[in-house]
Design a protein around this ligand. Structure first.
Ligand code: MG
Length: 256
């Protein structure tokens, strides 16, 4: 089967805890050298697209910011489509800055949308109370930037936004709309940017549900790598990956 391009996850595939994974940077540079197109699809809601671009550049991978797809880029498009100029964000200062730079006020207590992302460094009870009251009072829409259960940190597994989305869903008796992986719309945006038929594209990730499951929803084959949180046990509710490979550098052989 022809492989002409890649969608590539970042955390657990290209870097982990801010450090590049051995072999990943050289693999990306080799893809660029061979002219094989790729886009990054990350569920990171902590950093803006520009911050991620700068980090990759520091590692020696120069890509345009437009090649990086995150739930925040999806949220900005979603809020614009809804005609919303504000929201209530439960998320990082960098996420708030990205929304502000797109002309969206991230801290409007009368907002029509409540956004939940990575709250690891801003977690406060009061911000949840405000978000909860907006949902109850305004019948606002709850948007999950991502819905992952957990991710791998440097001292073990850490809670992802999905756990905090579930708290608000439970309290306000609402269902969140998912913007990041494994949303088909999110993958389709990256696939459209790549400009290749889905059958010639491979998604490389470390999450069977978000990466492999999401890619399958737009008919893209998935490769699971072992450099991140995947522990070798496939969940029953996720589609089987096309291949399981040790790491990102092993995808180069797929294009030959
Ligand atoms: Mg990952």
């Amino acid at each position: 089967m022809t492989v002409s391009g890649f969608l590539i996850d970042l955390d657990g595939v290209v870097y982990i805890n801010g450090e590049p994974i051995p072999g990943a940077v050289s693999a990306l540079r080799e893809l660029q050298k061979r002219g094989i197109p790729f886009r990054f699809v990350s569920n990171n809601t902590h950093r803006s697209r520009e911050t991620i671009r700068e980090r990759l550049a520091r590692f020696g991978v120069d890509v345009p910011a437009a090649w990086i797809f995150t739930p925040l880029t999806a949220a900005i498009a979603y809020l614009r489509d809804a005609g919303a100029g504000s929201c209530w964000l439960l998320g990082s200062p960098d996420a708030a800055a990205e929304l502000r730079s797109a002309g969206i006020n991230p801290s409007d207590p009368n907002a029509s949308h409540v956004l939940v992302g990575d709250v690891s460094d801003v977690l406060e009870y009061d911000m949840f109370v405000t978000g909860f009251r907006i949902l109850m009072r305004n019948r606002a829409e709850l948007l999950a930037l991502e819905h992952d259960r957990y991710f791998k940190g440097n001292d073990g597994l850490l809670l992802s936004a999905g756990a905090f989305v579930a708290a608000l869903e439970f309290a306000a008796d609402v269902s969140a709309t998912l913007l990041g992986k494994p949303s088909a719309k999110f993958f389709q945006a990256a696939l459209t940017s790549l400009g290749l038929p889905a059958g010639e594209v491979v998604m490389v990730g470390d999450d069977p549900r978000s990466d492999i499951g999401g890619a399958a929803s737009v008919s893209v084959r998935g490769v699971l790598v072992l450099t991140g949180k995947f522990d070798g046990v496939l969940p029953a509710d996720a589609p089987a990956p096309w291949k399981i490979l040790p790491g990102l550098s092993d995808i180069l052989s797929l294009t030959q």
